[in-house]
Design a protein around this ligand. Structure first.
Ligand code: MG
Length: 250
């Protein structure tokens, strides 16, 4: 069931989204050669808790971290680890959410670790831009398929692929709510967007083909062909005045 939120609820949700965005920004400052993904996770958890919020992902379905930290060919759901030490040239996707006042925020960004290859930078640029193309299509009166097709077209025009097995989602009182928000689709199809809906739009883009697999730890999701992957996400409210990005840092 798709939930429509009141302006009061949206105001409350903004705080969870603000903390989520600050946590993500903080994680980005820690992405440097020699740093472990567990150190970044600890930083994120401490910040979220200092704000009086709870890390949305910690314990979610048994996930052991406060952030998903996914390096290079890991698309999503990388488990923070002291054994995973970042190196110059890595691309590092951090996905983090915070829960406070009854609401979740959810956002992700792929950070370069030191100097990265032009090919990796181009993938990051295209994925980030595809998120904004999706957000631009998140207009009241449009449908979910308009978002997905906008993302997909932008990505595929640049010869990258959008992951099919994982999608964006409604976000609010629960971390994952209806509707599903795929990064592919057909214009004019799917659930109609109405003011008060809050959704997480999150393109997951690969440099190779779109097939992914989940490793034996039941979380880490990698590209089957070993190609690089990037992931950018914002929590967005559908309003009568157009899409409003909620996950904005201070
Ligand atoms: Mg999400």
């Amino acid at each position: 069931m798709v939930v429509i939120r009141t302006s009061r609820e949206l105001a409350l949700m903004k705080e969870a989204c603000r903390i989520s965005a600050n946590a993500l920004k903080l994680a980005g400052t820690a992405v440097q050669p020699g740093v472990s993904t567990l150190e970044i996770d600890n930083l994120v958890r401490k910040y979220i808790e200092k704000e009086g919020a709870t890390p949305s992902f910690l314990g979610y379905g048994g996930f052991p971290g406060s952030a998903c930290i996914s390096v290079n060919n890991v698309v999503i759901h990388g488990i923070p680890s002291k054994k995973c030490i970042l190196k110059e040239g890595d691309i590092v996707s951090v996905d983090v959410g915070a829960f406070i006042d009854g609401f979740h925020g959810d956002n992700a960004y792929t950070f370069p670790c030191g100097k990265i290859s032009p090919e990796a930078q181009a993938l990051l640029d295209a994925t980030k831009e595809s998120l904004y193309e999706g957000i631009k299509a998140a207009l009241a009166g449009n449908r979910i398929g308009d978002i997905g097709s906008a993302v997909q077209k932008y990505v595929e025009d640049r010869s990258y692929s959008v992951v099919r097995d994982f999608v964006g989602h409604g976000v609010g009182a629960k971390l994952h709510e209806d509707p599903a928000v795929p990064n592919y689709g057909t214009p004019g199809r799917g659930v109609r967007l109405v003011p008060g809906m809050t959704i997480a739009i999150e393109p997951m883009v690969t440099a190779g083909d779109y097939h992914v697999k989940v490793l034996d730890d039941e979380w880490t999701t990698v590209t089957v062909d070993g190609s690089l992957a990037a992931h950018f996400e914002h929590s967005v409210a559908i309003t009568a005045d157009g899409p409003k990005i909620l996950t904005i840092p201070d």
